[in-house]
Design a protein around this ligand. Structure first.
Ligand code: FAD
Ligand code: MLT
Ligand code: ZN
Length: 472
């Protein structure tokens, strides 16, 4: 089949209304940050796994590359096409069905386009918990979450998307369907195929459905906001929280004064607590299996001890769910406040928790020497050693010009420092195209070679999200 015949073939597979071109395709062609703007041949919206398989087969015959897309909330420019006009976008958004929920097995099987928040709600209605939680949960999809191995705010207790997945259904590059939705907790029958696709960012196969772990709902959930005098104190508070709360610690986020200043500036109605008096704030969450009273007593004891030790200077515990929600909303608004402030540079990195304070002190100093006045918007999932070590151009500067002039050098400083401290240049967002050229600098050559071997074996024509993660 020639590329010219492809469009009519796609019409016959998914129906003309589900093959979008021109203006109708535009929303699929730019990323969430409006940094990447591509041009696609079309966006195709299959309604079931069989249609996905037919679309992939047709593209394989025509030699046309495919960019899988879920909610298009990815932050590493991996979900939109390049500018050639040759690639097709394969949007999974129509495939939203909850196939089965098995309360006794504590699992749920959903299609890839199911929005994360919908999945959380369905689990909740069944009296269970699906714990993956992130700022984009109202529009990101479970397929995208698995393709990026998303993290978010509950990883400290429940792990990344990978740890929450027991099975996958995947359409392979030649259109075959791998049915791996068993939902088993133990299955040592050879290589772990599921984990190969998780985190592969659409470069090895199209995830069409997943079987996911569910957990019991906690009897009570409490949120606290604490002012801490330093990042060293924040890591000490984390260690203390692990000791006091054990498995009940479900969230531990850190936020710098500059990040909270931006939230206050753009969303003053959110009434950010304490930020003016302290360099760092911490958001803690405890999920208790006994009762609200038990959770509150434990939390109060933890914070009293922390104050006596001098690692917390002020703290509040949310009185009710509404207050807890408001505190979380402040934390989730940092990314939005950064976007409202203008173009910025993101570094989603991880470093061993014990080394984070030293990493930040050294890297901050290097960056201020490189580009005096830049604003460090540092926040993130401290419980997982994951910082969003983001950079906003100096106040009043021409942001686009600053980024054009300094982004590469700033990235070099940050990633070299991360590497020196034994960290990773991508903690939870993935590689996409944004970090593709950095990857070979920091990934051991043998690991990189293995990745190329796997890509070649699973996608010999290099048609699945080419140029993402690896150079083609
Ligand atoms: P998309 O953006 O559509 O795609 C992401 C990647 O996955 C692309 O490479 C795409 O090709 C591939 N892909 C998508 N669907 C499939 C599929 N079915 N099969 C194969 N490949 C596929 N991320 C975190 O990890 N933690 C956070 O805390 C977090 N917070 C965020 C907050 C905000 C405000 C925003 C905008 C983003 C945040 N993100 C976070 C990033 C983003 O939400 C996640 O990466 C999310 O998992 C992407 O899901 P998606 O459905 O939007 O995927
Ligand atoms: C978050 O945790 O809010 C996002 O992953 C961070 C970001 O936008 O950089
Ligand atoms: Zn994050």
């Amino acid at each position: 089949m020639t590329p010219d015949h492809l469009l009519s073939t796609l019409h016959s597979i998914v129906g003309a209304a589900n093959v979008l071109t021109g203006d109708a395709c535009a929303e699929y062609e730019s990323d969430w940050r409006r940094r990447a703007h591509g041009k696609a041949r079309c966006a195709v919206r299959p309604g079931c796994t069989a249609e996905v398989a037919e679309v992939v087969r047709a593209c394989a015959q025509a030699g046309v590359p495919i960019v899988p897309q879920g909610g298009n909330t990815g932050l590493v420019e991996g979900s939109v096409p390049d500018t050639s006009g040759e690639q097709i976008i394969l949007s999974l958004r129509r495939m939203q069905a909850v196939r089965t929920i098995d309360p006794a097995n504590m699992t749920i099987t959903v299609e890839a386009g199911c929005v994360l928040q919908t999945l959380q709600e369905v689990a909740h209605e069944a009296g269970l918990l699906f714990p993956l939680s992130l700022g984009a949960e109202g529009s990101c999809t479970i397929g995208g979450n698995l393709a990026t191995n998303a993290g978010g705010t509950q990883v400290v207790r429940y792990g990344n998307a990978r740890e929450l997945c027991l099975g996958l259904e995947v359409v392979l590059a030649d259109g075959q369907i791998w049915e791996g939705l068993q939902g088993l907790r133990k299955d040592n029958t050879g290589y772990d195929l599921r984990n190969l696709f998780i985190g592969s960012e659409g470069t090895l196969g199209i995830i069409t459905a997943a079987t996911l772990r569910l957990y019991p709902q906690p009897a009570a959930q409490l949120t606290a906001w604490a002012a801490v005098p330093s990042l060293q104190a924040a890591t000490a508070l984390l260690a203390l929280s692990h000791r006091h709360l054990s498995a009940a610690l479900t969230g531990f986020e850190v936020m710098s004064q500059e990040g909270l200043r931006l939230v206050d500036q753009h969303y003053a109605h959110l009434r950010v607590p304490m930020w003016r008096e302290t360099p760092w704030c911490v958001l803690l969450e405890a999920s208790d299996s006994e009762s609200e009273a038990h959770a509150r007593a434990q939390f109060e004891h933890l914070l009293e001890t922390a104050m006596e030790d001098g690692i917390v200077t002020d703290a509040i515990i949310a009185e009710n769910i509404r207050q807890a929600h408001d505190l979380w909303h402040i934390r989730e608004s940092i990314t939005l406040a950064q976007a409202a402030e203008g173009p910025n540079i993101k570094h989603d990195v991880s470093v061993p928790i014990s080394r984070i304070p030293e990493f930040v002190t050294q890297t901050d100093a290097q960056l201020q020497a490189l580009a005096p006045g830049l604003r460090l918007i540092n926040f993130g999932h401290l419980g997982d050693g994951n910082l969003h070590y983001n950079v906003q151009p100096p106040a009043g500067a021409d942001a686009a010009a600053f980024i054009a002039a300094h982004e590469a050098a700033i990235g070099d400083v940050v990633y070299r420092s991360v590497h020196r401290f034994g960290g990773s240049i991508s903690a939870e967002h993935g590689i996409g195209t944004l970090k593709r050229d950095q990857l070979p600098l920091y990934k051991p050559p043998v690991a990189l070679q293995l990745m190329h071997t796997i890509k070649q074996a699973l996608d010999p024509q290099c048609l699945l999200n080419p140029g993402r993660v690896l150079e083609r």
